[in-house]
Design a protein around this ligand. Structure first.
Ligand code: ASP
Length: 577
């Protein structure tokens, strides 16, 4: 028998029992006549003790055990003289009577403990060792719980789990496809799904009514921070539903996940239109844990001879409550921060509201105390607040202000990782113009329907058509999105027309879907949540890599197995490459 208990199980109630444990040697400490070892497995750490007075040769044998050796020990549970109340097994230790080395280990390339000295690249190369560390294991265990909570909720609500194929033809979600050459059909390629979008819609045509799948999706995008070329979605679709049916079903799912996984009540989930979100936060995924909303300052800033404001399309402010404590140096740093190319602002203007109600701004030359008082009135500022202003082109300045709001919110401790606030964004634009190609692009994907009353507008004013689409954001991150779909062929055709597909192209790429719509397609809609992102948020980590067992690095490489790799000549030939 390898073990009677795990390394996380023994307590003072077990004192006196003879037990067998197996695990990894995390750390050995040698003291004169005594040797201590921390034995680790997935469940925890148990201290082993060897005492020269009891067994001299056993104690010296124990000193040959190196880090990460796999051992089996037999011994008695005894009370620990030096209790460690930070760990659940900290009141006891095992006085070892016998042990066996099950497997020796090379010295690991980094310390395998709660905190490690290994850099990210080396830890990814030896990911199986990094995965022994408790903080990483905890995140994968959390992921597994989340997975279960999702399945429990959806199964209970009568959803059916259906697998869709991985070798398919392109499904457009706005990224490039990964392609797979076909040996049997030389010169032809499969695409890996960017999502199961078309298949889940076909399942609705087939009458499955409620579908879900926790599924890998693949998108060949340029590597932006925190993207993985393969990632996991909780993909769902329902028939005979309208927007609100979807929102309430999945609001329920997210609530239930938070409750089951973290025992957190998610509270109210407000719904904001896209327009309102942009107006109030400058973002379609606002962090609603805190206020500091964007304030339009045009009426009180323009026409005073200050060119930067006068020539700007728009002037926007935020009011930092208590921000008058910022030093000149800190304000200079904020200014440098907004001027970085990633943010791209020209500069930052500020106005302090002093304790005595007077004002001190960086543009005192142009604005009198009375005029600054107007600013503070519009911003509803109080003494000791700080107003920060940016100006420029309308859309850009809101985006920049969103970044600044998040940055200042972080500094002010308004974005704690233990607080969660979700919201829905609805009424997205259906299409947006790509300035370079001067073509309309689907903001979500081409299968998204316009809101019913806007259908006619598609002919006359496509830019103002609202989509029957919705996203969920939590803490400023998009976690899910979906839409009510087009389910009639004529409208789908019209959409493809608008997006600039010729009839032939549309038929070639999506003929199967449009044909299916002619055989009785029910009204339907759905949504997909990013499982990696959702797990990262719940785990309180900024990187989705932390919640993926074997992630790629930021160049899309798996440095452990060294992929992607070249093919040998024979394979290339066989594949006709
Ligand atoms: N397929 C969409 C996506 O991957 C989600 C949806 O519309 O259901 O973003």
């Amino acid at each position: 028998m390898h073990r009677t208990h795990t390394c996380g199980e023994l307590r003072s109630t077990h004192i006196g029992e003879e037990v067998t444990l197996s695990g990894w040697v995390q750390r050995r400490r040698d003291f004169g006549a005594m040797t201590f070892i921390d034995l680790r497995d997935r469940y925890g750490i148990t201290q082993l003790s060897f005492n020269e007075d009891q067994d001299k040769s056993l104690n010296s044998e124990a000193r040959s055990l190196g880090r990460e050796f796999v051992i089996k020990v037999i011994g008695y549970v005894i009370e620990r003289s030096n209790k460690n109340l930070n760990i659940p097994t900290g009141e006891i230790e095992i006085q070892v009577t016998r042990f066996e080395v099950l497997n020796a280990a090379l010295t690991p390339p980094f310390t395998i403990e709660e905190d490690t000295d290994g850099g990210e690249e080396i830890r990814l190369k030896y990911r199986y060792l990094d995965l022994r560390r408790t903080p990483i294991q905890d995140k994968l265990i959390l992921r597994s719980k989340l997975n279960k909570a999702v399945r429990d909720y959806l199964n209970e609500a009568d959803f059916i789990d259906v697998e869709t194929p991985v070798l398919i033809k392109s499904t457009p979600e706005g990224a490039r496809d990964f392609v797979v050459p076909s040996r049997m059909n030389e010169g032809q390629y499969y695409a890996l799904p960017q999502s199961p979008q078309t298949f889940k819609q076909l399942l609705m045509v087939s009458g499955f009514d409620k579908y879900y799948q926790i599924v890998k999706c693949f998108r060949d995008e340029d590597f932006r921070a925190d993207r993985q070329p393969e990632f996991t979605q909780i993909d769902c679709e329902m028939s005979f539903v309208e927007r609100d049916d979807i929102l309430s079903t999945f609001e329920g799912m997210i609530r239930s996940v938070f409750k089951q996984v973290k025992n957190i009540e998610l509270g109210e989930i407000p719904r904001l239109t896209y327009e309102d979100a942009i107006r109030r936060f400058g973002s379609d995924k606002p962090d609603m844990r805190f206020g500091m909303e964007l304030i339009d300052m045009d009426t009180v800033t323009k026409g005073n001879g200050f060119g930067v404001f006068d020539n700007a399309d728009s002037v926007v402010a935020i009011n930092v409550s208590g921000g008058n404590t910022y030093t000149r140096k800190q304000l200079d740093e904020l200014t440098d921060w907004v001027k970085r190319p990633q943010i791209g602002a020209m500069g930052l203007i500020y106005c302090r509201i002093n304790e005595d109600g007077s004002f001190k701004s960086s543009v005192d030359k142009f604005f009198s105390q009375e005029q600054l008082a107007q600013w503070s009135l519009v911003c509803e500022s109080k003494p000791n607040d700080l107003i920060l202003l940016l100006s420029g082109q309308k859309d850009k300045v809101r985006k920049q202000m969103n970044e600044l709001r998040l940055f200042v919110g972080e500094k002010e401790g308004l974005r704690p990782k233990t607080k969660f606030k979700a919201c829905w964004i609805i009424d997205f634009p259906l299409v947006e113009k790509d300035d370079e190609s001067n073509r309309w692009h689907a903001m979500h994907h081409p299968f998204t329907s316009p809101i019913p009353s806007h259908r006619e507008l598609m002919h006359t004013d496509p830019g103002n058509v609202k989509a029957n689409a919705y996203d969920m954001a939590i803490n400023g991150m998009e976690v899910g999105g979906g839409s009510i779909r087009i389910h009639d062929k004529a409208l789908q055709k019209q959409m493809f027309d608008l997006l600039g597909f010729t009839e032939k192209e549309a038929q070639e790429q999506f003929g199967f879907l449009m044909n299916a719509f002619e055989y009785g397609a029910p009204p339907h809609g759905g949504i997909a949540f990013g499982l990696d992102r959702l797990t990262a948020i719940l785990a309180g980590t900024d990187s989705i890599r932390d919640v993926i067992a074997f992630p790629k690095n930021n160049m899309g490489r798996d440095v452990m197995i060294d992929a992607p790799a070249s093919l040998n000549k024979d394979q290339q030939k066989e594949l006709g490459l």
